[in-house]
Each structure stands twice: as C-alpha cells, then as structure tokens.
Design a protein around this ligand. Structure first.
Ligand code: HEC
Ligand code: HEC
Ligand code: HEC
Ligand code: HEC
Ligand code: HEC
Length: 487
C-alpha cells in the first residue's frame, strides 16, 4: 500500500522524511488509517458495486421540480465553476493529485471515486462527473466516516456513497431521502430508504468543513460555526435556510420556525451571485434561455439573501463635548453561521464610510474601492488573511496552514468599529453614510484564478469574458445619519 505510492514522492522528500523521522503516512495532528480512507485526503468511502451512479438528467424524468431547482444552484456548478477550475489547476501543478483528489471529493465526488477526474479541465468527462454535487451524490449518502478520525468531526467529504446494491434479483438502486417509503416509491427505478441523516445538518457538514489536506487547519468551518451558535440550539438547520425560498428563509432566521415539508426547495441558494451570473451568461450564449432564467433567479436570490443578512447601527461618541468618534455596529442578523462564512480568506465584506460637513465637503472616507478594483489599506474588512509560514500572506488552500487574521461576525452577534473623527474648522454637524459591502473576491485574486483556468475552458467562448471585468459589489446595508459636532 505504502510502497505503491512511493513513485509519486520525490526522492529528496523521502530521504528528508527518513532522516528527520517525519511520517509521510499522515499529518501528526491528524493521523488516520489510510487503508480505511482509500481516497485520503478526501475522507469519502464508496460502496462499489455494479449499481452505478445515475446522472441528474435521469432523475429529472420523474423529479422535474427538484431538478429545475437544483439546476440553477451552485451545487450544479461545483465542478465546472471556472473559479474552481482555475484554483484546481494551480493545485494540481503545485502539489499534484494528492491535493486535487481532496478538492474533487467535494466538488465532484462521483467523478473522483470512479477515477474519472484526474485534475483540472472538462474535456471528455461524463455527465455525472461534470454535474458536480448532483442528485445522486446526496441521495446515495447512507452514512458518515468521521467517527474513525482523531477529531470525530465531519470534514473533507466524510460520507459513504452507496448508489445501490447487488441482490439475487439483480441490481437495485437505493435512494436515501427524508420520507417514509411507500409501495410506489421510486417508480420501479429505485428503492427508497428513509434516512434521518437527510434531516440533519450533518448531511451538509462533511463538505462544508474544509481542512488543509496535510496540516489539518480548518480553512472553512461553516458547520462548526453553525453548531456552536443559536440556530443549532433551536434546531434551525442549513436546510431550513438554504433549501427554501427567500421568504421562508427569513422566517426560519427571525422566528426560529421550521419550514413545513412542502416548503423545501432544492435551491441551495447562498451568497455566490457572481458564479450564477456568469453561468447565466454562458447559458444565454449557448442559446438556452430557460436555463439562463433559472440561473438568473438564483443570482437575484443570492443578492436578496445578502441584503437581508446584516444590519448597521451608527452612533456618535463625544469626548469633552466634542464629536470624537463614530461607532459603527455591524450585526449578523440572519446568517446561521459567521458572516461571512467559508472561504473567508477570499470573500470580502467591508465597510465604506463617508462623512461630510454641512457644506457637503467630504471630511473623512474609508474603504472606497480604488480605480484598479483593489481596496485601500484603511478599509475595515470582515474576513480572514490566510497565512503560510511566518506571517507570509497566502491565498491558495494548500499553502494556508493558519489565519493571521480571522475577523468574522458570529450568528446573532455584532462587531463594533470606531472611526476617529477630526472635526476641524467650523463644521456644526456631520452627515455620515455607511455601506456594508460584499464581493466574492479581491479583483487581483479573481484575475489570478480566472487566469489559471485550464486551456480546454475557453472563457471567451463560453462566458464571453475577454478580460476580468471589475467584480460586481453588493451593498448589503446602507445607513445614513447626522450628528452635531458638539453637545
Ligand atoms: C470539504 C469539501 C471541500 C474541499 C475538500 C474543497 N472544497 Fe472548494 N469549496 C467547498 C465549498 C463548500 C465551497 C463553497 C464556499 C462558499 O461559497 O462560501 C467551496 C468553494 C470553492 C471555491 C470558490 C468558488 C467560487 O466560485 O467562488 C474555490 C475556488 C474552491 N472551492 C477551490 C477548491 C480547491 C482548489 C480545493 C482543493 C485544494 C477545494 N476547493 C477543496 C468545499 C470543498
Ligand atoms: C446537497 C444535497 C442534495 C442534492 C444535491 C439533492 N438533494 Fe434531494 N434532498 C436533499 C435533502 C436534504 C432533502 C430533504 C429536504 C427536506 O427536509 O424535505 C431532499 C429531498 C428530496 C426529495 C424528497 C421530496 C422533497 O422534495 O423534499 C426528492 C424527490 C429529491 N430530494 C430528489 C432530488 C433530485 C432529483 C435531485 C437532483 C436534481 C436532488 N434531490 C439533489 C438533499 C439533496
Ligand atoms: C422512474 C421514475 C423515477 C426516477 C427515474 C427517479 N425517481 Fe426518485 N422517486 C420516484 C417516485 C415515484 C418517488 C416517490 C415520490 C413520492 O412519494 O412523492 C420517488 C422518491 C424519491 C425520493 C424520496 C424518497 C424518500 O424516502 O424520501 C428521493 C430522495 C428520490 N426519489 C431520489 C431520486 C434520485 C436521486 C433519482 C436519480 C438518481 C431518482 N429519484 C430517479 C420515481 C423516480
Ligand atoms: C458533496 C459535497 C457537498 C454536500 C454534501 C453539500 N454541499 Fe453545499 N457546496 C458544496 C460545494 C463544493 C460548493 C461550492 C461550489 C462552488 O462554489 O464551486 C457548495 C455550495 C453551497 C452553497 C452556495 C454557497 C454560495 O457561496 O453561494 C450552499 C448554500 C450550500 N452549498 C448549502 C448546502 C446544504 C444546505 C447542504 C446540505 C443539505 C450541502 N450544501 C451539502 C459541496 C457540498
Ligand atoms: C438562519 C439561516 C441560516 C442557516 C441556519 C444557515 N445559513 Fe448559510 N447563509 C445564510 C445567509 C443569510 C447567508 C448569506 C450571508 C453569508 O454569506 O454569510 C448564508 C451563506 C452561506 C454560504 C455562502 C457563504 C459565502 O459568503 O460565500 C454557505 C456556503 C452556507 N451559507 C452554508 C451553510 C451551511 C452548510 C449551513 C449549516 C451548517 C448553513 N449555511 C446554515 C443563512 C443561513
């Protein structure tokens, strides 16, 4: 087992490992049984049999409604996503299949376990591999593998895929779902298995906890953030906010009321308006206006979700009767986890502040996007800085082994930011505008990732992208207030 992998490890590393006694079999903080996890660093297991995975176009024949909802989701784009493909390509070149296998375990599990996907690029892949997190991923999950790890916590694809079994009567497809099966369940195509896991956040957890492939650092920790917060305590699950429409999501978030069974939808709608917007453009260009509409609906929902996630409160701070500071309280009112969550070293949420005197003259600004699309140093960001060795700033997930700065807002929590104000001159009052803004990435980071997509993905042909345009920004909250400069 061990010897089989030796050829992939450069001799010098091996020599060093032997000399220094470091074990190549696993990280010292996360030493797992590699025989039990054949796809390590992905923790997936696959009950392989003649019962194969079924691509979504087949499920669609009987489940049109779920198909249409899912087809606009980021899950359906998880593998073909050009931003993902750019990063995957870089990962393959920098580290090799040892790390890309981990990525694929979450972004296209069926394509990975079948050995079909060997790195970045879309050419020659089956529908099942291209479909990313498709129907038959979630509905083939019949168990978890995290009890056998040192942490016992879900992460890095710690689930078991069982698309079906071989019986005396032949191959039987099994689909696991929330319902008690009845006689006609599956329409003769599949058997139905009632699964408690599908009614728990643990179903999502195995993919929504991303750890560094070797150092075991939590790069994305959405599930743990949720689990340690007020929504988990009140049994409001990922599904209750992300598998419903916007109105029902707001009700789940505000009133801690669980949706009714008939209200669940396969939208998996989150914050990634950029990806669904790009995909809608591609669908339109390919002549599929219906699909473009479905994707644009998800785009609008993601923007709407972001606009309802936060809130701002502005308050003046006086010292010796003079306005000395502006306090901006940034609240997470509707995200079930930290705001923002996952990929926080790439996502950007920040404050833009402008203060004007009564003549309209600007006396203070902070956080305005520069002409080249980057943010100024004075921008107050809520996200993380990824760190490699020794405070070295890093973006790539195989380099980041800690966060040098981790600053996000807990669920139903807030953070205060204080802006010093020098009210020089005769200003009697200040009018202040504060925006809470969000975008998927820094301009330069987006350019670097899109610039790294493999050759078989032609951004111009598919998305009509010649250069990376300025990334769109969503204003999540905008608040104005006026304060006298003395009192
Ligand atoms: C444990 C599951 C998991 C693993 C392993 C994983 N990812 Fe992801 N990835 C996710 C999830 C979940 C998101 C969505 C996060 C979000 O949108 O906030 C994501 C988002 C991304 C994005 C952002 C896509 C966009 O459109 O903005 C990129 C890029 C990405 N992953 C690359 C990678 C690469 C490269 C690897 C391997 C080094 C990897 N991922 C490994 C689960 C995983
Ligand atoms: C990310 C995981 C995931 C994916 C992908 C997914 N489902 Fe589901 N599905 C679920 C969960 C969770 C439920 C239970 C929702 C609930 O509580 O009612 C569910 C419920 C269902 C149900 C039961 C009825 C209902 O709508 O609640 C059907 C049928 C179904 N899914 C079919 C599909 C089909 C078809 C696809 C692909 C087009 C698909 N699912 C993709 C997780 C998933
Ligand atoms: C030939 C038609 C047909 C096909 C194809 C089909 N299903 Fe079903 N499926 C059904 C019927 C009928 C039911 C019962 C629906 C009901 O009771 O409302 C069902 C129920 C389900 C349920 C709910 C079961 C439960 O116990 O909660 C899930 C999940 C499901 N299917 C997933 C899938 C997936 C995933 C695919 C593709 C891999 C698929 N189905 C393909 C006909 C089909
Ligand atoms: C097999 C792995 C897997 C499972 C299981 C899974 N997800 Fe995901 N999810 C992903 C990946 C990968 C992405 C990011 C795809 C991308 O951006 O390219 C994602 C993206 C999302 C997004 C969109 C994020 C954004 O930025 O808009 C939401 C919301 C989401 N998942 C919710 C859920 C929920 C709820 C469940 C459980 C019912 C779940 N996921 C189960 C892998 C998974
Ligand atoms: C109370 C409602 C609520 C619950 C519960 C909830 N979320 Fe979210 N989620 C949101 C909102 C609102 C956003 C948009 C703001 C943001 O990005 O954090 C969001 C965003 C996301 C994103 C995209 C983050 C980004 O900025 O790219 C992912 C991924 C996600 N959620 C996954 C999950 C998972 C997995 C769970 C369960 C462990 C979960 N959510 C539970 C409300 C919720």
């Amino acid at each position: 087992m061990f010897l089989k992998h030796l050829h992939a490890i450069p001799a010098i590393t091996l020599l060093l490992a032997i000399l220094t006694g470091t074990a190549l079999a696993g990280s010292p903080v996360f030493n797992v049984d590699r025989e039990y996890y054949p796809y390590y660093p992905s923790l997936i297991k696959w009950n392989k049999s003649k019962a194969e995975f079924t691509p979504p176009s087949v499920c669609k024949e009987c489940h049109v409604k779920q198909y249409k909802e899912w087809a606009g989701s980021v899950h359906s784009l998880a593998f073909v996503d050009p931003i993902y493909q750019g990063e995957l390509n870089k990962a393959g070149k920098a580290v090799g299949h040892e790390v890309t296998r981990q990525c694929e375990g979450c972004h296209s599990p069926a394509g990975m376990v079948a050995g079909e996907i060997q790195g970045a690029g879309n050419s020659g892949l089956s529908e099942m591999a291209l479909a990313g997190v498709s129907c038959d991923i979630c509905h083939s999950i019949n168990g978890v593998t995290h009890w056998q790890t040192p942490s016992h916590e879900p992460e890095n694809g710690s689930f078991i895929l069982t698309p079906g079994v071989e019986t005396k009567e032949g191959i039987q497809l099994l689909k696991h779902g929330p319902l008690k099966p009845h006689n006609a369940c599956g329409g003769g195509f599949h058997e139905c298995v009632e699964s408690g896991l599908h009614l728990q956040a643990d179903l999502c957890a195995s993919c929504h906890q991303v750890y560094h492939y070797d150092a075991h650092f939590p790069l994305e920790a959405t599930y743990i953030e949720w689990k340690h917060g007020p929504y988990a305590q009140k049994n409001i699950l990922c599904q209750d906010c992300h598998m419903v429409d916007i109105e029902n999501f707001k009700r789940s978030a505000d009133e801690f009321v669980k949706p009714e069974r008939k209200e669940y939808r396969h939208y998996f709608n989150g914050a990634n308006y950029l990806l669904t917007y790009l995909a809608a453009g591609a669908a339109k260009k390919a002549g599929d206006t219906n699909h473009a509409k479905i994707l644009m609906k998800q785009y609008e929902m993601a923007v709407e979700r972001l606009k309802s996630a936060g809130d701002l409160e502005l308050a003046p701070v006086y010292r010796d009767g003079h306005l000395a500071e502006l306090r901006v309280r940034v609240k997470n009112v509707r995200a079930g986890h930290n705001l923002p969550t996952s990929l926080t070293n790439v996502r950007q949420m920040w404050l833009e502040v402008t203060a004007k005197d009564e003549t309209g003259k600007t006396v203070m600004t902070s956080g305005e996007v520069r002409n080249d699309g980057t943010l100024p140093d004075n921008a107050r960001l809520f996200n993380s800085d990824g760190m490699g060795e020794n405070f070295h700033f890093a973006v790539d997930p195989w380099v980041i082994t800690s966060f040098s700065r981790h600053d996000t807002i807990p669920p139903r929590g807030y953070k205060d930011v204080f802006y010093g104000i020098a009210t020089l001159g005769m200003a009697k009052s200040l009018s202040i505008e504060v925006k809470l803004r969000y975008r998927q990435a820094d301009q330069k980071v987006a350019e670097a990732l899109l610039g790294a997509v493999p050759k078989d993905i032609d951004l111009k042909k598919i998305y009509d992208l010649k250069a990376v345009p300025p990334l769109p920004v969503v204003d999540m909250v905008v608040k104005q207030a006026s304060f006298p400069t003395s009192h």
